[in-house]
Write a protein that binds this ligand. Sequence first.
Ligand code: DX5
Ligand code: ZN
Length: 218
Amino acid sequence: MNQFKLAPSILSADFNKLGEEIRAVENSGLELLHIDVMDGNFVPSISYGMPVIKSIRNESDLFFDVHLMIEDPGRYISDFVNAGANGITVHAEACTHLNRVIGQIKEAGVKAAVALNPATPIDVLRYVEEDLDMILLMTVNPGFGGQKFIPQSMQKIRELRAHLSERGLSTDIQVDGGIKAENIREVADAGATIFVAGSSVFHGDIAKNIKALQDALR
Ligand code: DX5
Ligand code: ZN
């Protein structure tokens, strides 16, 4: 089984001291940084885009895990790679030609992942899952940090893990939304391997919060 990894989401960071907070993540020995891009169309809110990613890229060696919550993301794959993305996640619901967009991401030389909203069945991945480095299951409705984990997600994670194992795939399952020290162990037991954590990392003491999540995973 893959190693467990935390992916702190800067959506909940204090943007007035973003560089400093990213350094705190780096100093905790983590490898991933989750970067949520929202267009005010696919999701209700608007976050940040290429210029912010480019700027933090200059100061960080973390793996930039870019989660695109935008309509028709195929329009922007090369822009996000040029800005410094190491992996790009697109929503199945936002792509008319999902297979093509996955191909674009891979051709651009970064890791490719597809995200599913809570109500989207895992079957939509049936004919693309072999090509993916990671599958992101949203465990809240995307658009905002600090929401509550949707309980039905637990069953969905279990079903996806069982399905992947049946097909002989050990693809990483990333979960995003409402992950805290109180539920991370159960989510890991269900089959997730990569845990996005926004408010549970950036609200309060970052190093302490990361340690609490890691301890809960042990
Ligand atoms: C929500 C974003 C998440 C968000 C998670 O649409 O995709 O990555 O930052 O925030 P928490 O961990 O606070 O639920
Ligand atoms: Zn996210």
